[in-house]
Ligand binder design. Structure first.
Ligand code: GLA
Length: 382
């Protein structure tokens, strides 16, 4: 958690609204493996991190609400009985969406003011959106005694993303951000929405992120297209989700699907198996195997699922050339954002430097290297 962020939102809140707020920290997430499997009812392996969103929230008695995004230096006033989605891509949709989804559950939210600020760069693939949604729902739950469980809260955050932001996301990001446990990754079954924590201590290896600092346009529509393709294939197979299908099942409909959709479904089935194998590899301290599964995941995301981009592929290729990197892959929805690298601790900084120079030479722009700590999920800050 960033103490500076908390201080900033707190002092801005006191200055603006002259009353002490509740303070919340809501983290972003990484994902070791299991990409685009969540909305197929499959397995994922995320962890909350020490970067995220700090929010200050308190009741308002002015007859309306104000939300301020400090990073964007942007403020918006709104009334609770007149909520509707704002222009596509506006930050306030995350706030409006959460409030509207709480109201849909017949829970009564009163007027409130909220100020937030984050340190996850947008488009990094580290779920700044889930962190924001969770901070809002968590804050409102505290403020108005809504008695929502954490699972209800993440379902509200997810619905906000579907109905107000327009991305038909799975549950991984909201789950990881809400349920994160310090020093652990969560092997999450997205069908039952339950997870098993795995203490992550890779001894002389560690995880490191490299942000391409690009977010290619159309990533949201491409995401929704992938999801619909998966759903139509499961329908064709007569199963609830691709999690229930095998490669052999898929072969029975090979003539009924396009070659590109066949590869996408195959990717999901294989990635789900890899995620289960990754949990075993971690149990057995088999980092070589974990690394190779991570590389395979990237190959599938790039060649079969087609959600990578030149910048991500380049950084993974750099990793492959370096024997100290056991595995690397794109992380999150794709089309930009970060790679996650499983790398020898003593060599991490050096690789970060080499990769950054190579990236700059190739694309004439900077990438950013992040060292992260696995952290607790959304919580009140006392
Ligand atoms: C985004 C979505 C998640 C998940 C990932 C891909 O982060 O929000 O639900 O589908 O992409 O694994």
């Amino acid at each position: 958690m960033s103490k500076t962020l908390i201080k900033e939102v707190k002092s801005k809140f006191l200055e603006t609204f002259k009353v002490a707020p509740l303070l919340i920290f809501s983290p972003g997430r990484i994902n070791i493996i299991g990409e685009h499997t969540d909305y197929n009812d499959g397995f994922v392996f995320p962890a909350a991190v020490d970067k995220g969103i700090a929010a200050a929230i308190q009741k308002s008695n002015t007859g309306n609400c104000t939300a301020i995004a400090l990073d964007l230096d942007s403020a918006i006033k709104f009334e609770l009985d007149k909520l509707k989605p704002s222009k596509e891509g506006s930050w306030e949709n995350y706030v409006f969406g959460v409030v509207a989804e709480i109201q849909n559950r017949n829970k009564v939210v009163g007027d409130f003011n909220i100020i937030f600020k984050g340190n996850i760069p947008g488009g990094a693939g580290m779920s700044s959106s889930a962190a924001l949604e969770n901070s809002v729902v968590f804050g409102l739950n505290e403020l108005f005694d809504l008695e929502l469980t954490k699972t209800e809260m993440i379902l509200i955050s997810q619905k906000a993303e579907h109905n107000y932001v327009g991305v038909n996301c799975g549950i991984m990001d909201q789950y990881a951000s809400m349920f994160g446990i310090k020093d652990n990754a969560l092997h999450l079954d997205c069908r039952t929405i339950t997870s098993k924590p795995y203490k992550i201590d890779f001894k002389d290896h560690q995880l490191m992120l490299i942000n391409t600092n690009v977010k290619h346009s159309l990533s949201d529509s491409a995401y929704n297209d992938r999801r619909s393709a998966c759903e139509s294939i499961s329908e064709l197979l007569g199963v609830k989700a691709l999690r229930d299908a095998t490669k052999e099942d898929l072969e029975t409909v090979i003539d009924k699907v396009t070659p590109s959709n066949y590869q996408k479904a195959l990717y999901v089935i294989q990635e789900n198996t890899r995620t289960i194998k990754a949990a075993k590899a971690i149990e057995n301290n088999d980092l070589e195997l974990l690394g190779s599964l991570i590389y395979q995941s990237h190959a599938g995301l790039s060649d079969q699922y087609k959600v990578s981009c030149d910048e991500l592929d380049f950084l993974v290729a750099q990793a492959k050339k370096n024997k100290n990197v056991l595995g690397a892959r794109m992380m999150g929805g794709g089309f930009g954002g970060c790679t996650i690298n499983l790398i020898k601790k003593s060599e991490a900084k050096a690789f970060g430097k080499t990769a950054s120079i190579a990236y700059k030479n190739k694309f004439d722009k900077e990438c950013s290297v992040y060292f992260i700590e696995l952290s607790d999920g959304t919580h009140l800050v006392k």
